[in-house]
Ligand binder design. Structure first.
Ligand SMILES: Cc1cc2nc3c(=O)[nH]c(=O)nc-3n(C[C@H](O)[C@H](O)[C@H](O)COP(=O)(O)O)c2cc1C
Length: 472
């Protein structure tokens, strides 16, 4: 099902895999497309995802760190080249995510929705509509409105929106500006041009909206004629940690963890949100497709989600940053060649510090995922893999011999089995390391481990010997 085409308004995606928006910090503060941006998105396009959402780009002129922009006609030529490059590089459809954000300062001050005049509010809708019109001129296949996380439209939708006029308080009032933006954009782009919205399934902050509200937000957006709804979570200013001298970054608190759940979260951590939202839409006769995202990373998991009807499309952000060729490899039946995300969240940390977003697993200093068609797998040395285990102070220490490869060992996957259970992949470590410390073992449970080396193409070595610790 994952690789069956899917229609959204006037376009047909070649498959149901979506690269959700992921800022790269590769653009300068000028907001123009540059070579590094082109290369990042060429890789996503070549990798074969059905829909690629280009990172958030500003609809207005407000100052920010490195961020793409679509708030003026001067940005059209660069964006047009990017759209063409992506269409030439792969089968997927391409839409930009467009964003309006409020001002923030290094002092920790931030502008809030109740600071905006009615003129400011009208200007927001106008800016979105103008940017969406530019998306058509650039040759994109649609446009996605950013209504998620800490940004302006999400802050209007928030349960914590403090406005006392027609734009705050009740759910109907909180929906007013987002619906005005949808109407203004639709008036500009016409009925046929696909229009998506990314919004929050849960704010993940104290007093914030949960699916009780957000399924109704989805329903209102669906009735307003939005063509797909992409569900995200958290990423709010309310619980952000202020570091002296730095502007607030909305992913530093608990809600930030819920937006990009790290290794300690279960797979599919946010799935219950898209499930509830899609069920509500269908109960009310709305067929709007729903994108689920958040620690979805295996073909089996993706297929099960689609089969159960928990979502129509599968978003994978960090897994496709780790390996943009995930779709192409999986479609060819080669999931065993995928370089798998370990959710170390180094990408998130780099974004947080306005550094160019890169993956922890990439070779040191690389600005893009490596590309290779090599077929020769890594080999363990003649003396063997040498995997050793030690159980000390509640931690399990693994150590092994370095493997070798004709093009270089890129990393190692570590697998663990609990008790009599099957081996599951626990994590990955970059090629320069030959150790791993597991601090997540419970007393009284037996654990077995094995390790495989992989190269840049994702060829895996033979599995190492199995080592065991603990009592079953
Ligand atoms: C570095 C980074 C940048 C992101 N930038 C955006 C963004 O511009 N817009 C957006 O809606 N979500 C953004 N996200 C959130 C992702 O789209 C996605 O929802 C999140 O990473 C969880 O999905 P995953 O588990 O597949 O990575 C970003 C995530 C990361 C890691």
């Amino acid at each position: 099902m994952l690789f069956t085409p899917f229609k959204i308004n006037s376009i047909t995606l070649p498959n149901r895999l979506v690269v959700p928006a992921m800022v790269t910090r590769l653009s300068g503060e000028d907001g123009f497309v540059n070579d590094a941006i082109r290369e990042r998105y060429r890789r996503f396009a070549k990798g074969g995802a059905g829909l690629i959402v280009i990172e958030a780009m500003a609809v207005h002129q407000a100052k920010s760190g490195p961020l793409l922009r679509l708030g003026d006609d001067q940005f059209i030529p660069g964006q047009r080249d990017l759209a063409k490059l992506m269409h030439d590089s792969g089968p997927g459809k391409v839409v930009p995510q467009i964003i309006h954000f409020l001002k923030i300062a290094r002092s920790g001050w931030r502008q809030k929705v109740d600071d905006l005049s009615l003129d400011d509010i009208r200007e927001i809708a106008r800016a979105y509509a103008a940017a969406a019109a530019r998306a058509i001129k650039c040759g994109y296949d649609g446009v996605e409105l950013h209504m998620a996380h800490a940004y302006t439209l999400s802050s209007f939708l928030s349960r914590l929106n403090p406005r006392r006029d027609d734009y705050g308080g009740s759910l109907e009032n909180r929906l007013r500006l987002p619906l005005e933006v949808v109407a203004a954009v639709r008036a500009e782009i016409g009925r046929e041009f696909p229009l998506g919205v990314r919004f929050l399934g849960e704010e993940c902050i104290k007093g914030g909206a949960t699916v009780e509200d957000t399924r109704l937000i989805a329903l209102a957006l669906a009735k307003a004629g939005v063509d797909y709804l992409s569900v995200s979570a958290g990423g709010k200013f309310e619980d952000a940690v202020h570091r002296p001298g730095e502007p607030l970054y909305p992913y530093t608190g608990y809600s930030g963890d819920r937006c990009m759940p790290g290794a300690s979260y279960p797979d599919g951590a946010n799935l219950y949100m898209s499930t509830a939202i899609r069920a509500c839409l269908r109960e009310h006769g709305q067929q709007t497709p729903v994108v689920a995202t958040g620690k979805i990373n295996t073909p089996q998991m993706a297929e099960d989600i689609l089969k159960r009807g928990d979502a129509d499309l599968i978003g994978m952000a960090r897994p496709l940053l780790a390996d943009p060729d995930w779709p192409r490899k999986v479609q060819a039946g080669q999931f065993d060649k995928v370089i798998r995300c370990c959710y170390a969240n180094v990408c998130k940390a780099r974004d947080e510090h306005f550094q160019t977003v890169a993956c922890f697993l990439w070779p040191k200093g690389a600005s893009q995922a490596p590309e290779s068609d090599d077929l020769q797998p890594p080999q363990w040395p003649a003396s063997g893999d040498g995997l050793k285990i030690e159980h000390k102070n509640g931690r399990i220490y693994l150590r092994w011999n370095a493997a070798s490869d004709n093009e270089g060992v890129y990393g190692y996957d570590v697998f663990r089995a609990e008790g009599a259970g099957e081996f599951m992949r626990l994590t990955a470590v970059p090629g320069g390391l030959t150790t791993f410390i597991d601090g997540g073992c419970a007393p009284g449970v037996g654990y077995r481990y094995q390790v495989k080396a992989y190269d840049f193409a994702g060829n895996r070595s033979a599995a190492s010997q199995v080592v065991a610790a603990g009592t079953a």
